[in-house]
Write a protein that binds this ligand. Structure first.
Ligand code: HEC
Ligand code: HEC
Length: 351
């Protein structure tokens, strides 16, 4: 039923994006506003039906709203054509801006964007800006033919003047350079406090006894990967260390491409078999809103994801080697999992 889917920078701009990439506080409100308009503009898809927001909606923690409404039926996102499916579950666009440029530290890879890190940040000096350049031109997402067509949309839009204010007159002349700025503006919006809010119960209020019990269990079993200390320039924990691990998530049989080719995650991106099966450790902020779970959306509910992390013995991993031994055999009771779930529910913004 479903089809198989399968420069030179101006030094000032480079500096700005480098500051942002480091989680600094350089903010241009006009650029954030412009990024918001671009993020929400459905004309950025070939048939005018899809913007970034379709797959990264605030109601679903900036993950896919359609999947959120029916996680049993829609485990991976549907493209602007209404049919095409990618092979992966849309992660949240919030808090992604703290992920550093993809880099190997001792033997472990850190940073980059996407579940497999392939928007590395090596071109623009900012993985988030680089990522934003992907979807409009992706045939199974927004399906625009080329960069010039995207820039034409901006030229014809009612936010053209705002663009000129931010990037200067003549900045729409060269499609290549303008498309880099397109990525930077969207990244500025995604990093803004409209998206990356730090306003959850965890951030602003006292936790209940059950939530605190969950927090203790979380510290012991999860925080080695879903870090609970503020890092990467963030003001509060991001619940990820932006590293990669293979939890042993099974293939999702509903994704046609998964049967034929294994999804090897980071391995092919860095050309290293020792990284096969590893996916980026996601933030857990707003996790209660972003069902379904895991890189291929196999787990429709948060509890099913937690039960798998606790005990994976009944599951066949898609990539049965390079497996992390830090999950899958935790020996937690159902009550303990419910406490952890209660703690995770305190990570939803706008408390
Ligand atoms: C058709 C649905 C769809 C659309 C439209 C879409 N995305 Fe995504 N997005 C996804 C999927 C699926 C992934 C994960 C892909 C992967 O990891 O291979 C993703 C990944 C991301 C990530 C990476 C987050 C992380 O932590 O690695 C960001 C950020 C993001 N998208 C932002 C955007 C922006 C900005 C736009 C608009 C320019 C956009 N997306 C349009 C589905 C979509
Ligand atoms: C070894 C590092 C590691 C540990 C320890 C770990 N996780 Fe994760 N977690 C990951 C990775 C990697 C993924 C993504 C795996 C995938 O999709 O293949 C993930 C995914 C998740 C998801 C789904 C996120 C989403 O957006 O779909 C949840 C929820 C989660 N973990 C919670 C926990 C909890 C709770 C614990 C402790 C009981 C825990 N994790 C322990 C690395 C870890």
């Amino acid at each position: 039923m479903m089809k198989k889917l399968t420069g030179i920078l101006m030094s000032s701009l480079f500096l700005i994006s480098a500051v942002w990439a480091a989680g600094g506080t350089t903010v241009d409100p006009n650029m954030e506003q412009l990024g918001m308009r671009l993020y929400n503009d459905k004309n950025m898809s070939f048939n005018g039906t899809q913007s970034c927001r379709n797959c990264h909606h605030h109601f679903s923690g900036f993950a896919d709203i359609t999947n959120h409404l029916d996680p049993y039926a829609n485990f991976v996102s549907t493209g602007a054509d209404g049919v095409s499916k990618g092979g992966r579950n849309a992660p949240s666009a919030a808090y992604a801006g703290y992920s550093p440029i993809l880099k190997k530290k001792s033997s472990e890879w850190v940073g980059g964007m996407f579940w497999d890190g392939r928007a590395a940040g090596w071109v623009l000096g900012d993985p988030l800006a680089e990522q934003a350049q992907g979807p409009p031109l992706n045939p199974v997402e927004m399906g625009m033919p080329d960069k010039q067509t995207v820039i034409n949309v901006i030229n014809d839009s009612d936010y053209r003047d705002l663009w000129i204010t931010v990037f200067g007159s003549g900045s729409l002349g060269d499609a290549e350079a303008a498309y880099d700025n397109f990525g930077r503006a969207i990244a500025a919006f995604e990093r803004s406090t409209d998206v990356t809010k730090f306003s959850s119960k965890f951030d602003v209020a006292q936790l209940s006894d059950v939530e605190q019990a969950g927090q203790v269990l979380f510290e012991a079993n999860c925080a080695s990967c879903h870090s609970t200390t503020a890092a990467f320039g963030a003001e509060a924990p991001l619940f990820t260390n932006y590293k990669y691990a293979n939890l042993g998530v099974p293939a999702n049989p509903e994704i046609p491409s998964e049967g034929a080719d294994l999804d090897l995650g980071l391995g092919p991106v860095v050309d290293d078999d020792a990284q096969n099966g590893k996916f980026k450790i996601p933030t857990l902020r707003n996790i209660a809103l972003s069902a379904p779970y895991s890189h291929n959306g196999l787990f429709p509910t948060l509890m099913e994801m937690l039960q798998f992390i606790n005990n994976r013995s009944d599951f066949t991993p898609e990539v049965p080697y390079n497996l992390s031994e830090d999950v899958g055999n935790l020996g937690l009771s159902q009550e303990a999992l419910e406490n952890i779930e209660a703690f995770l529910m305190t990570l939803t913004d706008d408390y």
